[in-house]
Ligand binder design. Structure first.
Ligand SMILES: CC(C)(COP(=O)(O)OP(=O)(O)OC[C@H]1O[C@@H](n2cnc3c(N)ncnc32)[C@H](O)[C@@H]1OP(=O)(O)O)[C@@H](O)C(=O)NCCC(=O)NCCS
Length: 178
């Protein structure tokens, strides 16, 4: 059975291959460091027994209202808005196309909804690689202006945003339901 859970220090990350060398290198080298030592972000994995088939790394961030789509801006104030950043998402090539990317994304949307309930979050921002833009569009993400300066990745990813209202609709929850 596949479970989605926080990455553990003892997990073997070395066998993971998504086919994207940047994402694979990040996962092999760095994914363990930030959660366990620096608390910069948290990596969640989709694991079957001890084999890791996918991962998603998230961190809190902020967006400026000017960068958001007009539909998401209504009535929001002009100071930095709390968002959850989906920093990285990848699925092992052996498990591609089986719904794991969707399951990890849903898990991240649940984290964002919980963040909104607990300490505020207007939506999720992802820096999408070109090939993944249609994947995020499928779930309602829309391209937005760069909101936190340029990412250092090359080629430049496309920042995309999904508003909390759309997240609640996708999850079928409202904030009163806790
Ligand atoms: C993008 C990625 C995470 C998708 O994971 P996956 O497990 O293969 O995707 P799923 O099986 O969950 O697909 C869910 C749906 O999205 C669609 N989809 C998957 N990848 C897609 C893509 N690149 N473009 C458009 N649609 C895509 C699937 O066809 C499926 O549609 P359906 O529900 O109508 O059948 C995976 O291909 C990957 O790791 N790619 C390399 C790394 C990468 O680009 N990561 C994103 C960085 S921002």
């Amino acid at each position: 059975m596949i479970e989605i859970r926080a990455l553990r220090e003892a997990d073997d990350r070395s066998q993971f291959r998504s086919g994207d060398s940047d994402l694979d290198r990040f996962f092999h080298r760095f994914a363990g460091q930030s959660p366990f030592r620096h608390h910069l972000g948290v990596t969640y994995v989709a694991a079957e027994d001890r084999r890791i088939l996918g991962f998603a790394t998230v961190a809190p961030g902020h967006a400026e209202i000017e960068g958001l789509p007009a539909t998401a801006r209504a009535k929001l104030p002009h100071y930095p808005l709390p968002v959850l950043r989906l920093a990285r998402l990848a699925v092992d090539a052996s498990a591609a196309g089986a719904g794991l990317g969707k399951a990890l994304l849903r898990f991240v949307l649940e984290l964002a909804a919980r963040m909104a309930d607990d300490y505020g979050c207007v939506g999720v921002i992802v820096d999408a690689k070109r090939g993944a833009i249609p994947f995020y569009e499928k779930y309602g993400f829309v391209p937005v202006a760069a909101v936190e300066g340029e990412a250092d990745a090359r080629p430049q990813p496309t920042p995309m945003f999904l508003a909390m209202r759309a997240i609640r609709a996708a999850l079928g929850t409202s904030s009163d339901e806790r």
